[in-house]
Write a protein that binds this ligand. Structure first.
Ligand SMILES: NC(=O)c1ccc[n+]([C@@H]2O[C@H](COP(=O)([O-])OP(=O)(O)OC[C@H]3O[C@@H](n4cnc5c(N)ncnc54)[C@H](OP(=O)(O)O)[C@@H]3O)[C@@H](O)[C@H]2O)c1
Length: 270
């Protein structure tokens, strides 16, 4: 199997290196494209043996699976040029807010299209991806996509109508967590800790707690309850987060804003 990446940027490199690291494919079976050779350089350096081309149509002809790793804004310019060569091919789009209907409309009527929402921890093989496919997609295609996305983290098959909510949760989610780490650090500094120590403690606390939750049968709030001893410090701290459901309401508002933006993007002419 030859896997072609249209676009050789961050997400293409993240997924391609996951595939090679996970033993799904060798670098010699990967091709990437970009407009300039310079932007293909980091892909080729990361994955020696892979090929680069500026010719998107040639890439499609050569590939069994084409991964669309270009920005949503360039879809309407790039995809119509692939129409003829896309007959009978499988496409996996990583773009936020570009619907299956739009992608299928630009490609040949026999092209099979899957759309995924990955996130940036894919860069270290710890991504959370969800994917949905169009009517032409076969179970074998879904198995292939599951295997491809799982090589760089975890993947879930979903309905396309869930995609905007997923974009708001796991697509944008890494940024919420980075904000939380920053806020925890600043809270520590405000209490007099040196910044570096506050950051290291905040980071390891988030990392360790996520790992603890991942390995536990208990729900997050049950794990929290274990730390809250009666009249203790954690109980006092959590009371602030829980007062009038402050944190829950904040996160609901945050996700709703991101979902609204995802819906707007999906509605815009790409
Ligand atoms: N980064 C994220 O957090 C994230 C998360 C989820 C999904 N995504 C999605 O992943 C996709 C890629 O994002 P990214 O962050 O990897 O973008 P990126 O780093 O900016 O990479 C975009 C790549 O596309 C190439 N390109 C631009 N125009 C092209 C054309 N006409 N033909 C071929 N290649 C072209 C660029 O190179 P040249 O400019 O040299 O052509 C570059 O290699 C986007 O659709 C984004 O929505 C990103």
């Amino acid at each position: 199997m030859i896997v072609g990446f249209i676009g050789a940027g961050k997400m293409a490199r993240a997924l391609a290196s996951g595939l090679v690291r996970g033993g799904v494919i060798t670098a010699g079976r990967l091709i990437c494209s970009s407009r300039t050779e310079k932007s293909g350089g980091p892909f080729l350096n990361l994955l020696p043996g892979a090929k680069w081309t500026s010719d998107n149509e040639a890439l499609v002809t050569e590939s069994d699976l084409v991964i669309l790793a270009i920005k949503p804004q360039v879809f309407s310019e790039v995809l119509p040029t692939l129409r003829e060569g896309s007959a009978g091919k499988l496409f996996l789009s990583l773009a936020a807010g570009v619907t299956l209907e739009k992608i299928a409309g630009w490609l040949h009527s026999t092209a099979r299209v899957v759309r995924a929402m990955p996130n940036t921890p894919m860069q270290i093989g710890a991504g959370a991806s969800a994917y949905a496919g169009g009517a032409m997609v076969t179970e074998a295609d879904y198995d292939l996509v599951q295997g491809i996305l799982s090589a760089a983290g975890k993947a879930w098959r979903v309905e396309e109508e869930q995609m905007d909510a997923i974009t708001a949760l796991s697509g944008s989610g890494p940024a919420y967590v980075f904000h939380f780490i920053d806020a925890l650090t600043k809270g520590g500094v405000a209490l007099g800790l040196p910044e570096k120590l506050a950051y290291d403690l905040a980071l390891q606390t988030v990392l360790g707690s996520a790992e603890l939750a991942a390995g536990s049968k208990l729900a997050p709030l049950e794990l929290a309850a274990q730390v809250k001893s009666p009249r203790g410090t954690t109980l006092a701290g959590c009371a602030v987060l829980e007062e009038h459901d402050a944190l829950e309401k904040l996160m609901a508002k945050c996700l709703a804003a991101a979902k609204t933006r995802a819906e707007e993007l999906a509605g815009e002419k790409n």
